[in-house]
Structure formats: structure tokens, C-alpha cells
Design a protein around this ligand. Sequence first.
Ligand code: GDP
Ligand code: ZN
Length: 283
Amino acid sequence: MLADNGSIVSGKLAAKKVDLVAGDRVTFEQGDAEVFVKESQPAQRSLYRTFHGTLRRMGANIDQLCVITASGATWNAVAIDRMLAAARVQSIPTVLVVNKIDLGIGEIAEMVNTYAKVGIPVIQCSAKRGDGVDQVRALLEQSSVRVMALCGVSGVGKSTILNALVPGAKTRIGEVSDKTGQGRQTTSQPRGFLYSAADKTSKIVIDLPGVQFFGLAHLAPQDVTLAFEEIAQAALRCQFRDCGHVKEKNCAVREAVDRGEIASWRYHSFLQILEEIEDAKEY
Ligand code: GDP
Ligand code: ZN
């Protein structure tokens, strides 16, 4: 039986929910007015999040993810850490793009340095002034990159950067962004935009919705440890191999936090994800 949206809701194939997202590769047939998907191919490096208790795939075959952040009021360490963790558990190469550096970087300099120290490449840019966006474009131009995804909480300048990469992208999907917020639509579906590289290869830039809460209830606690590079490193020295790094004795992670070797705000993000996983179990 097919639901209105085409997903299979009952019968033998019920478990095989139709689930195509931007970045998926398919074989297709050209109809009169449409293209028909014949088959989708298994995807690698998909980005997942939990949304109201269900697992959502946000994009597929992502070769490069840009987690966009900005200097100023929209800086949100917990949201950034959640996006970085989601990418890391899927081995998606990720850079942190720090936008709006025209507003100064003083307040967030320590946090930006922390990310760089734990091995996350950082690009600083001002999409408004136009500087630094070249470095984002250079990532997309790499021959190893066919699919690049942009994510970030609303207000960081994701649309501005997307438009710089793919001129007109936002107007094409009918989004209006103005200072009063009127007429502004927030996309809840990831969307892919075609990008023609300097060497004429076609690539896809995926605009992921600007979610404030990137749910990770589907992860196993051990995966969360692995998702934070510095926590994973310290965890090797914990007394107990199954240490949860929350209340156990001789926990090298908590000792490193106490000594200031692991930033307390990164540990806070880690704990917050563990709590979410624990809470989800109760349902
Ligand atoms: P999105 O919600 O992440 O898609 O963000 P937008 O691209 O819509 O930008 C949000 C606001 O930030 C808009 O008012 C932009 O003009 C502004 N903005 C974008 N990039 C910059 C920048 O580099 N510097 C400053 N100061 N403002 C920017
Ligand atoms: Zn521990």
C-alpha cells in the first residue's frame, strides 16, 4: 500500500521505507515530463539525526561537510559539537567555517582554537565582505569532493555562503530572508544544488536545514566518546575499559577536564548527548 507521499506503509515492503535524500545516487528513466527513479544505490557517509524519536537521514555520500558558525550572538557550542559528532561517527570529513569575522573574533577565539587543537580544520570568513569564502569554494573544487553539505544553526550566514557558491540558490527555492524576519521560510528538507566546477565536473551542494537541536539519541554511548577526539584520547587512560566518563573512579577524561586539558564546555556537550541517549531509553 502506498501512502500519499509515496512511502510504503504496509505489506511486505513496509520495513523498507522509501528514503531518498539529497546526495543519493540513483538509476533513472526519463519520462515525458519527469524523471523516474528506478533504483537507489547504497549510500556511504550519510548524516543522521533523531527527530521526535525517529531517525532521519539528512544527506548522503557527503565527501565534505561544512559546519557553519558565526562570531556574535549565534555562536552555539552545543549545537556545533552535536553536528561535529554526527559527522565524525560517519567518518565525514568536516571543517568548521567561522563566519562574520568582520564582527571580531575576540569572544570566540578560545573556542575556535580548541577546535583547531582537536584536529578540526577551521576556515574564517566574512561572507558579507566576501573574504574567506574562496577557501570554502576551494574545498568544493577538490577532485575528491562530489557532494558537499552545509549545516549550521539559523542566522550564521549559511544562505549567504550558499548563494556565494551557487548564485541564486536561495531565490530559486523561493526563500526570502529579510531583517524583520517577515516572509522568511525555514526549509525543513535538505536540498541539493548543482555546482559546476572549474574543470566542468558536476557536484552537489546540500543545504541542510538550520536545526537548533541536532538530535543524537540513536548513537551508542561509546560512539559519543569516539566522536570527541580529545575525550577518545583521554579515555584510553581510564582505569575501567567500560568507563562511561561520568561518575566512575579514576576516569582519565574527568581528570583531564579538571586539569583544563579538555575544555569544560566540550565535556558539557558530551554529557548532554549522553543524557539525551539515556532519556530516550525511558520511552
Ligand atoms: P542563515 O540563517 O544561516 O541562512 O543566515 P543568512 O545567510 O540568512 O544570514 C543571516 C544574517 O547574517 C543576515 O542578516 C546576513 O546579512 C548576515 N550575515 C551573513 N554573513 C555575514 C557576515 O559575514 N558578516 C556579518 N556581519 N553579517 C553577515
Ligand atoms: Zn573515563
